[in-house]
Design a protein around this ligand. Structure first.
Ligand SMILES: C[S@@+](CC[C@H](N)C(=O)[O-])C[C@H]1O[C@@H](n2cnc3c(N)ncnc32)[C@H](O)[C@@H]1O
Length: 256
């Protein structure tokens, strides 16, 4: 049975409560790896129009709005969006939320955003070409598309740590890199998350799609585990031997 976007969305609906509870401010990946990069890349966002595409429960939308940006969040899972709406009621930040797929955003005006961010979204969606096309249309010339994803070279349809008899991680296996398409991706048992649908594409697929949609890649990042994890999260250090995330900073070319 082939997994579809509908399956993916249903699984995010089912995981919404767990995600909202577990992946907030205290999540080390957000706090120590991704948030500092997002804020550094976007720079001074006061008064800027920002699209948080695949905004989930609105975690990043709120962070950016608190820094003075005018934020629009788009999310396909109504359950995830319900948490965003609840938070907006508790702390009004004038964030505009829409329940929609990033691959079809006709209700948003062309050339109206200074920056778009997808924080671990594209691997969770089917039509990534449609999404890149929309982001290119929506960005002003020179606008930034910040694309954060699970690293496609190390998270493939067959991946995982090979361990010795004592459970020590020996090395990470990676296979079927060229097998594009959806697969069910398990989460760590302590997360409480049920498997989600993950769409694998090669690094070349992603980069070439971005280029064909009118983006120039300005910077590539593979965040490394910070020193503090050695004492604060020693259990994470094993996994920190391989980058979990790939970050592409893309600029929309003028004239596209
Ligand atoms: C790993 S979560 C990340 C959520 C959010 N960006 C964050 O940082 O918390 C992936 C999100 O992508 C959403 N998603 C999947 N396919 C989508 C699509 N086609 N359009 C919009 N959102 C989508 C899922 O529903 C889920 O909320």
């Amino acid at each position: 049975m082939t997994l579809s976007q509908t399956d993916g969305t249903r699984r995010w609906d089912d995981n919404a409560e767990c995600w909202h509870r577990s992946f907030g401010e205290r999540d080390p990946n957000r706090r120590d790896l991704l948030d500092p990069i997002i804020l550094e890349v976007l720079g001074d966002i006061k008064g800027k129009q920002i699209l948080d595409a695949g905004c989930g429960d609105g975690y990043l939308s709120r962070k950016l709005a608190r820094r003075g940006a005018s934020v629009t969040g788009v999310e396909i899972s109504s359950k995830m969006l319900a948490f965003a709406a609840e938070e907006e009621k508790r702390e009004p930040l004038a964030i505009e939320y829409h329940c929609a797929s990033c691959s079809s955003l006709p209700f948003l005006s062309s050339s109206s955003f200074d920056a778009t961010v997808t924080n671990n979204v594209i691997q969770d969606m089917d039509d990534y070409h449609g999404a890149f096309t929309e982001f290119s249309r929506l960005l002003k010339p020179g606008g930034i598309y910040l694309h954060i994803m699970n690293h496609p070279c190390f998270m493939t349809p067959v991946w995982g740590w090979v361990k010795d008899d004592q459970g020590k991680k020996l090395y990470r296996k990676v296979d079927h890199y060229f097998q594009r398409g959806p697969f069910l991706c398990p989460w760590g048992p302590s997360s409480g998350m049920q498997p989600t649908v993950y769409w694998h594409r090669t690094l070349a697929d992603i980069v070439n799609r971005l280029i064909s949609c009118g983006f120039v890649i300005k910077r590539i990042m593979e965040p490394e585990a910070p020193e503090c994890w050695k004492t604060e999260h020693p259990g994470r250090m094993d996994s920190a031997r391989i980058p979990d995330f790939l970050i592409l900073v893309c600029e929309k070319m003028a004239g596209r």
